[in-house]
Design a binder for this molecule. Structure first.
Ligand SMILES: *Cc1c(COP(=O)(O)O)cnc(C)c1O
Length: 454
């Protein structure tokens, strides 16, 4: 049995191929639809804002896709990431369960997001693109993209939601340190932004507005493409380095998880960390493996959303994706501090949940911060509020194991550190956080005015 605290792989063991779960799914994904024609989207539709290298990955059903050596070379800066055994947490809970976590907080931007940002920057560079435009909320994705583009000599333009731009300046400084150009969104830099500001000069912005600005910027400049930090198949593909490394580390200590937890915002870190294991479940090698997606009660996409076609953005400009959704007009309540605010989720993950391969649970924010506090007391790391969702689930599972005297192996993906989220910790520690459960009726209302695609 493993006695180590951290399992490190050698740099040579950074995966050479990404894993594409589409090859092992019993039935294919529903097509992405063109919002104007309601017909399946074609690669040409996407070519205005994405490089062909990524479009090919988006629609590929090949099981293994080679990771370019130039991308692996940059992964070496922080990969392979350690697989920790959470021994002090186990001891504190007096559980017979063995708890392991992959720690993505060691990357320079502090999360899993550069795993895809670096890859996306590479494929854009290869096709002669000079600049990438994107949106960011609190700044996790924007900082990862600024980091990735800088390393391949590309420029980045980041539309940052005005409220975060004003309240959370440090991620902006990070982006600017990595040569990113950051606009407070809505901005005067795009037609959409100018129109919006004219209508509502005091707006604090939204992710939907910022997406619209970034897409317009990319679509109206020949040398510029757009990039997305979650949801799409190619993003999830890139994130499978997390799960592939974890699998190898488990092999080295002769363990295999019985149950896996992860948090879901758009689904990229969860899917990346779990799909290489989920593949074993789909192909009958590990039929009893339990895989659980954790989300906030305030944004309960998988647990309360409906499975149908919806837009990816709030403005209703993107292609239609088949997914669990709270409706693209969903606005997270301002009291919610735990992140994971997206109205939909990755179509790949949604399908596996819909077909019963993966379970989902939702948590209140005070209980997730309690879990994060206990994690910091025992394991030291102050984790992102997003990651605190699965830590809550892990603690509950470990306590159940104690009650039942069960020696389970638990694995979770710790997606990032919380050093820029100390405001939320402060609110929790001073008793200011309150719980909020998004009502199911509001989901029905929001979905009543959806585009009818079927
Ligand atoms: C962005 C982010 C998430 C949520 O996004 P996913 O695409 O669902 O992974 C979770 N944790 C951290 C630390 C993040 O930065």
């Amino acid at each position: 049995m493993n006695a180590k605290e951290k399992i490190f792989l050698d740099e040579e063991e950074i995966p050479k191929e990404w894993y594409n779960i589409q090859a092992d799914m019993p039935s294919p994904l529903d097509p992405v639809l063109n919002p104007a024609t309601r017909e399946p989207i074609t690669p040409d539709d996407l070519a205005a804002i994405f490089p062909m290298g990524l479009i090919k990955q988006e629609v590929s059903t090949e099981r293994w896709i080679p990771i370019p050596e130039e991308v692996r070379e940059i992964y070496r800066l922080w990969r392979p990431t350690p697989l920790y055994r959470a021994k002090r947490l186990e001891e504190k809970l007096k559980t017979p369960a063995r708890i392991y976590y992959k720690w993505e907080g060691v990357s320079p931007p502090g999360s899993h997001k550069p795993n895809t940002a670096v890859a996306q920057a590479y494929y854009n560079m290869k096709e002669g693109v000079e600049r990438i435009a994107t949106e960011t909320g609190a700044g996790q994705w924007g900082s990862a993209l600024a980091f990735g583009t800088m390393l391949f000599g590309l420029k980045s333009t980041i539309y940052m939601v005005a409220a975060s731009y004003d309240q959370k300046p440090y991620r902006r400084v990070m982006m600017e340190t990595w040569d990113g150009e950051v606009f407070r969104s809505p901005s005067k830099n795009t037609e959409y932004g100018r129109q919006y500001l004219e209508k509502d000069p005091d707006t604090t912005g939204s992710l939907g507005i910022s997406i619209s600005e970034a897409v317009e910027d990319a679509a109206t400049h020949d040398n510029t493409n757009y990039a997305l930090g979650s949801v799409l198949n190619h993003v999830i593909l890139h994130q499978t380095v997390v799960g592939l490394e974890a699998k190898k580390a488990f092999e080295q200590i002769d363990e295999y998880p019985d149950v896996i937890f992860g948090n879901v915002g758009g689904g990229s870190n969860f899917s990346g960390a779990t799909f290489p294991f989920a593949g074993d479940k789909l192909t009958g090698k590990k039929p009893d493996l339990k895989i659980v997606a954790c989300e906030p009660m305030a944004c309960p996409t998988l647990t309360k959303g409906l499975y149908l076609y919806d837009f990816g953005d709030c403005a209703g400009m993107t292609p239609l994706l088949k997914m669990f959704t709270l409706g693209h007009t969903f606005v997270p309540p301002p009291i919610h501090a735990g992140g994971l605010r997206y109205h939909g989720d990755a179509p790949l993950l949604c399908k596996l949940v819909k077909d019963g391969w993966i379970d989902a649970v939702a948590y209140h924010q005070t209980e997730i911060f309690k879990a994060a506090k206990l994690f910091a007391e025992t394991e030291g790391h102050i984790i992102a509020p997003e990651s605190a969702h699965e830590v809550r689930a892990v603690i509950d599972e470990a306590l159940r194991c104690k009650e039942e005297g069960k020696e389970e192996v638990i694995y979770f993906n710790n997606s990032g550190h919380g050093h820029f989220d100390l405001g939320a910790y402060d609110a929790f520690l001073s008793g200011k956080l309150v719980d909020y459960e998004y009502p199911a009726e509001l989901v029905k209302q929001a979905l009543a005015n959806l585009p009818q695609a079927e």
